[in-house]
Design a protein around this ligand. Structure first.
Ligand code: PLP
Length: 230
């Protein structure tokens, strides 16, 4: 059953790529497995998906320890500086860096553990008060500062778009993030790449792909609705 969900999502990704004249290889699907049991992850892993997203440090570490096959973990949730040390050597990419303070902590822990850490800068494009992330206006200055830190490498931008009933309502959010990444790329800052644009969730990933997403983070669409009471 999860297999069928995954297939449907992958078909939609292909369709969106086709519509936008993009190659499917340009878009990576992150299966967002938060709150879901290991057995669900394993079912999706069996289908050849290697990229998994979690939003809590504890849960990511638990799953990382228990899963037998190697998985690429993506930290997509808000990260507290005091928890950085638990994940720097376990994650492929941290999507949610939104302050110099957090980036400095990642750099410090990465140096200690002798690892390199790839990060994205989280931008609150829609300026929702409830969301983390910096404003579009602050992004370039923050990137210039973070770029100088050892062992930390900026690979692009991430945004969480508002929850809307019509995904078309988020098109401008995605377009703005893409434009911002083009603008930053043109600055040619050392140690900064804009190859990744992490945007689009179950509700709106097709629109995000049309607007240039290179990573989409899909939870519900693959694993079904989440139950936070268990
Ligand atoms: C939970 C979550 C997702 C996945 O959301 P769905 O709507 O279930 O696809 C994507 N990104 C982030 C940052 C999340 O926290």
């Amino acid at each position: 059953m999860l297999k069928d969900n995954l297939q449907a999502v992958q078909d939609n990704i292909s369709k969106a790529c086709q519509k936008a004249g993009r190659d499917v290889s340009e878009v990576t699907l992150i299966a967002v497995s938060k709150t879901k049991p290991l057995s669900d992850l394993e079912e999706i892993l069996d289908c050849g998906v290697l990229e998994f997203g979690e939003n809590k440090v504890q849960e990511l570490c638990d799953k990382e320890e228990r899963i037998k096959s190697p998985v690429h973990w993506h930290m997509i949730g808000h990260l507290q500086t005091n928890k950085v040390k638990y994940i720097v050597d376990k994650v492929t990419l941290i999507h949610s860096v939104d302050s110099v303070k957090l980036a400095k902590q990642i750099s410090k822990e990465a140096e200690k553990k002798n690892v390199d850490v790839n990060i994205l800068i989280e931008v609150n494009v829609a300026q929702e008060e409830s969301k983390f992330g910096i404003t579009t206006e602050e992004t370039l200055a923050l990137i210039r500062e973070v770029a100088t830190l050892p062992r930390v490498h900026i690979k692009g931008l991430m945004t969480i778009a508002p929850f809307v009933s019509d995904p078309e309502d988020n098109r401008m959010v995605f377009r703005t993030l893409k434009q911002l990444s083009v603008h930053i790329d043109a600055e040619h800052i050392e140690n900064v790449s804009m190859e990744v644009l992490s945007m689009g969730m179950t509700n709106d990933y097709m629109v995000a792909i049309e607007e240039g997403a290179t990573m989409v983070r899909v939870g519900t669409g693959i694993f079904g609705a989440r139950n936070y009471n268990i």
